[in-house]
Design a protein around this ligand. Structure first.
Ligand SMILES: [Mn+2]
Length: 312
């Protein structure tokens, strides 16, 4: 036994922790660890400080066990995919094992298993299970596969190499429900989201020689579809795959009629350069900002398109 397996062995009540606003990797690795600890006959709780966790993650084993209050009797916590201690969302009083793959992780745990060369925390955990001869069952395999699928962007990320496919193949042989993972993580749609997508695509304009896809979304469109703000993102990102498109631009009216602008770029435009001009921020590929109510959808699109035109 090593220090970490010894500490787990000695614990009475262990809490696995997913980070604030959890993604698939964080919840999946916490789920796989939860299964492992149950099989050790440990008392175990599943904690995440955020309420309203996205429904697309509801297929993960033990999702129904997630609680947002931290159990006071816990004597050991295990954080998964938390880049910094603040991602846990509360102050801890017990010992902590920090399992993660972020480059910026500062080894904030009493014990740390951090490998920033791996694509997902589920990959870090997969290695931990193998090194310690821990049998991976079907539930664990499904969860480990889910984190890998999401953090590798559906196996499309630049960081994907043969080792990812070797791990996937092992997990599928161990019973990972890969079709279920694909359905929920890659293809999840709400009815309202689909209705909004229809409205957005119907009204989409191609500007500047079809290099810019433009979406203007009014409050009326949001109400008609019943969609949530984040439902605008799918069509926005899909438009970037149009043959000539390099920029995808969304101008959306909020409930208070102020405008929210999102820019995606796959080409020469540095999206953050435009956002900074309006007090926003972001990266080369994605950026955003808010506009005051003096702008209309029309006047905002004219002004922003002019600025983009100068850059591309
Ligand atoms: Mn991750």
């Amino acid at each position: 036994m090593n220090n970490i397996t010894k500490r787990i062995d000695a614990a009475k009540h262990i809490v696995v922790i997913a980070h604030i606003n959890p993604d698939a990797d964080s919840l999946s690795s916490a789920s796989a660890m939860y299964t492992h600890l149950l099989r050790l006959h440990k008392k175990v709780s599943f904690f995440c400080v955020s309420k309203n966790i996205h429904n697309k993650l509801s297929f993960l084993p033990w999702f129904e066990k997630i609680r947002n209050t931290f159990p006071s009797s816990a004597d050991l916590a295990i954080s998964l995919d938390c880049a910094s201690i603040s991602r846990i969302g509360i102050e801890l009083e017990c010992d902590l094992i920090n399992i993660d793959h972020h480059e910026t992780n500062t080894n904030f745990g009493d014990f740390n298993i951090v490998n920033s060369e791996l694509i997902s925390t589920t990959h870090v955990l997969f290695n931990y299970f193998k090194i310690n001869n821990i049998q991976i069952n079907k539930k664990m395999a499904t969860a480990l596969y889910a984190g890998l699928l999401d953090d590798s962007d559906g196996f499309l990320s630049d960081k994907v190499d043969a080792s990812i496919f070797i791990m996937s193949s092992e997990l599928i042989n161990l019973g990972a429900e890969y079709k279920l993972c694909n359905k929920f993580i890659m293809k999840y749609q709400s009815l309202a989201g689909l209705r909004l997508k229809a409205i957005m695509l119907e009204k989409m304009d191609l500007c500047l020689e079809a290099r810019v896809a433009l979406f203007l979304v009014s409050q009326d469109d949001m109400k008609k579809s019943g969609a949530r703000a984040e439902d605008c993102e799918n069509p926005l990102e899909e438009a970037l795959f149009l043959p000539r498109a390099e920029v995808s631009l969304l101008i959306k009216q909020n409930v208070d009629l102020r405008l929210k602008v999102s820019i995606r770029s796959s080409g020469v435009l540095n999206a953050s350069k435009i956002a900074i001009k309006f007090g926003g921020g972001g990266h080369h590929g994605r950026a955003g900002f808010n506009l005051s109510s003096k702008y209309t959808l029309q006047s905002a699109s004219e002004e922003i398109l002019q600025l983009i035109n100068k850059e591309i």
